[in-house]
Design a protein around this ligand. Structure first.
Ligand code: J2J
Length: 527
């Protein structure tokens, strides 16, 4: 069995014919931009400013270093870095070495990282020494991967800066049909799913996104979210920015006190945030002194942005709002700059490609009446055909090549989508996705827990928070269970915001735990 599901040959041929898949690779396009925009600034962080030439040289050096350390074409390497310039030299270095980065996020801990390493049989793990008060070197020791590269003080490992380089060594030839990297799925199952993206498909979405979002050499893109997340990476994100010859500015946090200063200093023109961050910015803009006049576009996505808040963006931040409804599996929708204001306020946009196929269906996979709410299924030139090494799950997550998004949507006559809800067992905590089953499995591992169910609780700021309902067989408290999950190395955003105890779970007609009844129970307890 192959590790990932390729596109059917006839469709791949069509995507090439139509000029979507161009044969470009990540490693090569950066070299082209470096030739064109050599002395322009490519990347700015708290400590550094790199021109395109410098970034290109650093990436090549890293590639030679990785190759000299035995990393070969196709090898997986877990990358967990904060928003720093070295993210780019590492990731483009890996691309040029033909290796496959696995994009972890800074909050991930032992539970997630050990799974990524074992499931992908990763040969290396790239970290920063410390970030956000956490020492990643300790985590690296617990995980026990073959090679660890550290940005900063390496401890017992290898410093990124000290990787010996053999510039005479050969870099492998990379094909645009190769696996480029593994992105993370928000997930709805017991273990996180990994998303295989190839150069051809991802670069198509990146190029088109840059075009739709109007990026060019004079654009300045602020990375307010964690850089490895699919939204700031590709919609149009940092890759779109580099492809267009724009400048990237990395923020260490999305809070107004960090981001507003950077917008003013670097004359940022576009950025992408999740709804809670947009709400914070709207509140802060009224009182903060920074000049935000350079900002032309605020993209909001990752979770549903309330219409009232959407209508405030133009008047209060003085820029255009662009709604983005995307997923790391593929399909990305944008509102366009020439869409009427009312449409931008209520819809989550329309797809990138004329060849994005969308189905809106009922419980039996029959198309709903036009304009009715249904399950969104999609396939197209940049939507995966299956998760990485997940043959069994792929049978339920894909049908006839269509990815079952788990989102409930309504299609407007203009082709725009309105996200109306969700059918998957996932909680969207302000853009951070929590798979109910994953957290439940950890809770059930506690000796005092007989059964557990994680449900979403409405929240005016995050949209949703998590509440774990627990049937206990012995004395145990909510704080003890939360501490237990932290000890098991679960990322902080997955730790339940609330824990409620019940004697038994309500069941649906077919004997499944009724999450709807649990949510009603919580509302009754609060009343
Ligand atoms: C409602 N729900 C949304 C929106 C995503 C661009 C933007 C976002 C992501 C992302 C991304 C939503 N309104 N505007 O990868 O390239 C929910 C849906 C979707 C899931 C995907 C990108 N935008 N969502 O959020 O892989 O439920 O990607 O299926 O993290 O987020 O999550 P993720």
């Amino acid at each position: 069995m192959s590790d990932w599901v390729p596109y059917p040959e006839d469709l791949a041929a069509r995507y090439r014919e139509r000029g979507y898949w161009t044969g470009e690779t990540f490693g090569a396009f950066l070299a082209d931009r470096a030739a064109e925009f050599a002395d322009q600034v490519a990347v700015v962080d708290d400590r550094q400013r790199w021109t395109y030439r410098e970034l290109d040289e650093r990436a090549t050096r890293m590639a030679h270093g990785f190759v000299a350390r035995g990393i070969a074409r196709g090898d997986r390497v877990v990358v967990q870095l904060p928003n720093v310039a070295e993210f780019f030299s590492v990731v483009f270095g890996l691309f040029r070495a033909g290796a496959v980065p696995v994009f972890a996020l800074p909050p991930h801990r032992f539970s997630e990282i050990s799974y990524f390493c074992s499931h992908t049989e990763a040969v290396a793990y790239v970290i920063a020494d410390r970030f956000g008060g956490f020492d990643y070197r300790t985590l690296a020791e617990q995980v026990g991967v073959r090679q660890v590269f550290v940005l900063g003080d390496p401890g017992q490992h290898t410093a990124l800066a000290d990787v010996p380089v053999d510039p005479t060594g050969e870099l492998p030839t990379v094909d645009s049909g190769d696996l480029a990297f593994l992105q993370l799925s928000g997930g709805s199952t017991g273990v996180p799913k990994l998303i295989p993206r190839i150069h051809d498909d991802y670069l198509y979405s990146v190029r088109e996104s840059a075009e739709i979002c109007g990026l060019g050499p004079s654009s300045v893109y602020l990375v307010a979210l964690p850089v490895a997340h699919n939204f700031p990476m590709s919609s149009p994100g940092v890759l779109g920015a580099l492809h267009a010859g724009s400048r990237i500015v990395l923020a260490s946090a999305p809070s107004p006190d960090v981001a507003f200063g950077l917008i003013q200093r670097e004359r940022v023109t576009i950025t992408g945030v999740v709804p809670p961050v947009a709400l914070l910015w709207l509140t802060a803009a009224a009182t903060r002194p920074e000049d935000l006049s350079s900002l032309e576009v605020l993209q909001v996505g990752g979770a549903k942005f309330a219409e009232e808040a959407a209508r405030r963006v133009g008047p209060e931040l003085g820029c255009a709002l662009q709604q983005v409804f995307g997923m790391a599996e593929g399909l990305v929708n944008y509102t366009r700059f020439d869409d009427p204001d009312d449409l931008v306020a209520i819809s989550q946009g329309r797809p990138i490609s004329p060849d994005d196929e969308l189905l809106v269906v009922d419980e039996d996979d029959r198309p709903v009446e036009p304009g009715e709410v249904g399950h969104l299924l999609t396939r197209g030139p940049y939507t995966i055909r299956g998760y990485y090494r997940a043959e069994e799950h792929n049978r339920v997550a894909f049908t006839d090549g269509y990815y079952r998004t788990g989102d409930l949507v309504r299609l407007l006559p203009s082709g725009h989508l309105v996200v109306e809800g969700r059918a998957k067992d996932q909680i969207n905590r302000g853009g951070e996705k929590v798979a109910a089953e994953e957290v439940e499995n950890h809770l059930i591992a506690h000796p005092a827990v007989h059964d557990a169910a994680l449900v979403a609780v409405p929240d005016s700021f995050l949209g949703e928070r998590t509440c774990a309902f627990v049937v206990a067989t012995a004395e145990v408290t909510g704080p003890q269970l939360r501490a237990f999950l932290r000890e098991r190395g679960l990322a902080a955003y997955k730790i339940p915001d609330r824990v409620e105890f019940v004697d038994e779970f309500p069941h649906t007609g077919v004997g499944k735990t009724s999450r709807r009844d649990l949510r009603a129970l919580l509302a009754a307890r609060e009343a």
